[in-house]
Design a protein around this ligand. Structure first.
Ligand SMILES: NC(=O)c1ccc[n+]([C@@H]2O[C@H](COP(=O)([O-])OP(=O)(O)OC[C@H]3O[C@@H](n4cnc5c(N)ncnc54)[C@H](OP(=O)(O)O)[C@@H]3O)[C@@H](O)[C@H]2O)c1
Ligand SMILES: [Zn+2]
Length: 402
C-alpha cells in the first residue's frame, strides 16, 4: 500500500514534532482517560484524527477511545467518524496501533486502508513480544510515524496493563494515609475514635478515584477488625467490573457482621490458609468468596500466590489499603510497584502505629519517601513514587520487525 502522498509534504518529518502535535496528543490522552474503569483487561487508548487537506484542514474530524464492552479500538471509532476526511490526515494515538487480529482486526491495517498520511504515537505497545510491529507495518506502507509524544503520561495511564501483559501479575499501588511523623493510626488504647481520619477530604476523594482506576483493592484482617471498612468505589464514575475487595485473613477471623461481609455482592474475596469448614460455610452463605492458599514460610497467606491468583482473574491493577503489618510485608517483600502517600500536617507520636511495620524496617519506608514526587492534596501533601517501572522491559523499537 502506498500512502506517502502529496498531503505528506511540508509536514513534520519523522522525529520533528511540533507544538500542535503535543496539543492533539493531550486531547487523545484526555479521551483515553474516559476508558479508565471500562477498558480492562485491555489498555486505555485514545485517538484523534486531524484533517490535512480540503476545507477542514487542521480540524479534528474524528475522536475515539476504547471501552472493552464496545469492542472497537480507539482508532476504529475515530476513523469511522472521520470517514473520507481520514485520507491524508494525521492520526494521534496514545498507544501504538495493534498489528494482530484479536477480538477485532488490526488497527494498523485499518489506518493504512483509510489512507492516513501520518501517525503520531505516544508509546510503543507494552507487550514486549509485539512492541514496534504496529509502527513497522505503518512505515512499510509509506506512512510517516512519530513516536514518544506524550509518552510519560501515556505510560502512566497503562501501568496496570503493562505489568499484567508482560508478567500476568497485577500492578500493585500501595496507598498510605499518614501523619507528618509517619503514623497511620493512633494507638488502639489511645481512646481516639476508630476509624480515625488522618487526611483531608480532598485526599479521601482522590483515594476514591484511585479505587475507580483499580480492578481490586487489598487489605489485611487487622484493618478490617480495627476499622470495619467498606472499601467500595464511591467515585460515582462508571466501571465495567465491580471492584474486587480482597482480604488476607489466614485464620478466617473475618466477622460475618462486618460491613464488608454485609455488603458482599460477588465482590468480596477472602484469602486464607485455614480449612475451617464451618467459618467458610458461614461466609459463603453470605455471598463471600473464600479461597484457600498454601501458607508462606510464616504460616500466613502467601502474597505471591494471591497476586498470581488475581492476575489469572485478569486483574491488571491492585490497590492496597492495609495496616502497618501488611504494608511492611508488601514493601519489604518487593510486591509494590507504585507507592502513593497522603501526608497530613498532624502528628500522632512515636507510640502510634507506623506506616510500615512488621517485617519492614524504618529505613524501608524512609527510602520510598525520599524518592517521591510531591504535590498538594487539599491540606495534605501527596507523594508518589514508581518503585518498579512495568515499562522498563519494553525496549524502544528501531522500526524493523525481525
Ligand atoms: N492510614 C491508613 O492508610 C490505614 C489504612 C489501613 C489501616 N490502617 C490502620 O492500621 C491498623 C491495623 O494494622 P494491622 O497491621 O493490624 O493490619 P493489616 O496490616 O491490615 O493486617 C495485618 C494482618 O493481615 C494478616 N495477613 C495475612 N497474610 C499476611 C501476610 N502474608 N503478611 C502480613 N500479614 C498478613 C495477618 O493476620 P492473620 O495472620 O490472622 O491472617 C496480619 O495480622 C488499624 O489501626 C488501622 O486503622 C491505616
Ligand atoms: Zn487496535
Amino acid at each position: 500500500m502506498k500512502h506517502a502522498s502529496k498531503q505528506n509534504e511540508g509536514m513534520a518529518a519523522e522525529g520533528g514534532c511540533g507544538e500542535s502535535d503535543f496539543r492533539w496528543m493531550a486531547r487523545a490522552l484526555e479521551l483515553a482517560r474516559r476508558g479508565v474503569g471500562l477498558a480492562a483487561p485491555n489498555p486505555v487508548v485514545g485517538c484523534v484524527i486531524v484533517a490535512r487537506d480540503g476545507t477542514r484542514d487542521g480540524a479534528c474530524v474524528g475522536e475515539g477511545w476504547h471501552e472493552y464492552d464496545r469492542r472497537d479500538h480507539a482508532e476504529i471509532v475515530a476513523l469511522r467518524e472521520a470517514g473520507e476526511c481520514a485520507r491524508g490526515a494525521v492520526a494521534y494515538v496514545t498507544l501504538e496501533p495493534c498489528s494482530h487480529t484479536g477480538r477485532t482486526g488490526p488497527c494498523a491495517v485499518a489506518l493504512c486502508k483509510a489512507g492516513v498520511g501520518r501517525v503520531v504515537v505516544a508509546t510503543v505497545d507494552a507487550n514486549p513480544l509485539v512492541a514496534g510491529r504496529g509502527m513497522a507495518l505503518l512505515r512499510e506502507a509509506g506512512i510517516a510515524v512519530d513516536c514518544a509524544v506524550g509518552e510519560r503520561e501515556a505510560r502512566q495511564l497503562n501501568e496496570g496493563f503493562a505489568r499484567w501483559i508482560g508478567t500476568r501479575r497485577p500492578f500493585v499501588t500501595q496507598k498510605v494515609a499518614m501523619t507528618r511523623d509517619g503514623r497511620i493510626a493512633p494507638r488502639l488504647d489511645a481512646g481516639l475514635p476508630q476509624p480515625f481520619w488522618i487526611t483531608s477530604e480532598a485526599s479521601r476523594d482522590e483515594v476514591q478515584r484511585m479505587r475507580h482506576a483499580s480492578d481490586a483493592v487489598l487489605t489485611g484482617i487487622g484493618t478490617v477488625l480495627a476499622d470495619d471498612p467498606l472499601l467500595t468505589d464511591r467515585s460515582g464514575l462508571r466501571r465495567r467490573r465491580r471492584l474486587l475487595r480482597v482480604v488476607l485473613d489466614s485464620q478466617l477471623r473475618l466477622p460475618p457482621d462486618s460491613r464488608l461481609v454485609q455488603s458482599a455482592n460477588e465482590d468480596v474475596l477472602v484469602c486464607t490458609v485455614s480449612g475451617d469448614r464451618e467459618r467458610m460455610a458461614v461466609l459463603r452463605a453470605r455471598g463471600v468468596e473464600v479461597e484457600r492458599f498454601e501458607p508462606d514460610h510464616a504460616g500466613r497467606v502467601s502474597i505471591e500466590a494471591v497476586l498470581a491468583h488475581l492476575g489469572e482473574r485478569e486483574m491488571l491493577s491492585v490497590m492496597t489499603e492495609c495496616g502497618s503489618e501488611l504494608n511492611g510485608a508488601l514493601l519489604a517483600g518487593g510486591f509494590v510497584d507504585r507507592c502513593t502517600c497522603f501526608v497530613a500536617q498532624s502528628m500522632l507520636g512515636v507510640d502510634a502505629v507506623p506506616a510500615w511495620g512488621g517485617v519492614a524496617s524504618e529505613e524501608t519506608g524512609a527510602r520510598v519517601l525520599r524518592n517521591a514526587e510531591w504535590s498538594a492534596s487539599g491540606m495534605d501533601r501527596r507523594g508518589t513514587v514508581l518503585v518498579r517501572d512495568p515499562w522498563a522491559r519494553v525496549t524502544e523499537p528501531d522500526g524493523t520487525v525481525d
